[in-house]
Design a protein around this ligand. Structure first.
Ligand code: SF4
Length: 191
């Protein structure tokens, strides 16, 4: 294998991302678009609503499998910034038993201080809170044939990353309290 074999192929990745989008049944996108309103009208706790968002994200992930390089044992994306909401931090804390740092105001980081350092919940290249992992982890994918695009050296390159608008809008609404959701890196909540 040459060094070039390890370079990301974003042309191929864009093609595979397009193929994935074409393969998704229309009803799935309709379901996603309707999710924010459905959850608004649902008489349930925020944690139940968050779980419904995750369930739909996982349905998309299952359909995505033939088009992505992501597989067990790869944790490249767990070594980059991982922005989560305080609602997700509480859910991870409840699941893991680990104390969450109370954060009242979003910490929006542009200087990427956590790039290259592992998520605190990464254990032997596996997610120890997989059932309750945040939406950003569920939505991340490499459509390339290999996972090299997710290495720190390539992560800022012009890679295809699909934006699931319905899921994100629902996540923002459910994560919001009286105002916008409180967002911070997972390491801000748990270090
Ligand atoms: S929560 Fe899990 S999947 Fe997400 S970055 Fe951390 S270890 Fe990786």
């Amino acid at each position: 294998m040459s060094v070039l074999d390890n370079q990301p192929n974003f042309g191929l990745a864009k093609q595979r991302a397009d193929e994935f989008v074409k393969s998704v049944p229309k009803e799935m996108f309709a379901k996603e678009a309707a999710l924010p309103e459905k959850l608004r009208n649902l008489n349930a706790s925020k944690s139940v609503k968050l779980r419904k968002i995750y369930q739909l994200a996982d349905e998309f992930s299952r359909l995505m499998t033939p088009y992505i390089a992501c597989a067990n044992g790869c944790s490249h994306c767990c070594h980059d910034g991982v922005e989560i909401s305080s609602l997700e931090a509480t859910s991870i804390s409840n699941f893991s038993g680990r104390a969450v740092r109370p954060i009242q105001k979003s910490i929006l980081r542009t200087d990427k201080p956590y790039r290259g350092s592992p998520c605190p919940f990464l254990v032997e290249d596996s997610c120890s809170v997989y059932e309750v992992r945040p939406l950003v982890c569920r939505n991340h994918a490499s459509y390339d044939a290999t996972n090299t695009a997710c290495l720190p050296a390539h992560i800022d390159e012009d890679r295809p990353m699909l934006r699931f608008g319905g899921l994100l809008n629902a996540w923002v609404e459910v994560s919001s309290g009286k105002g916008d959701p409180v967002l911070a890196d997972i390491r801000d909540f748990f270090n």
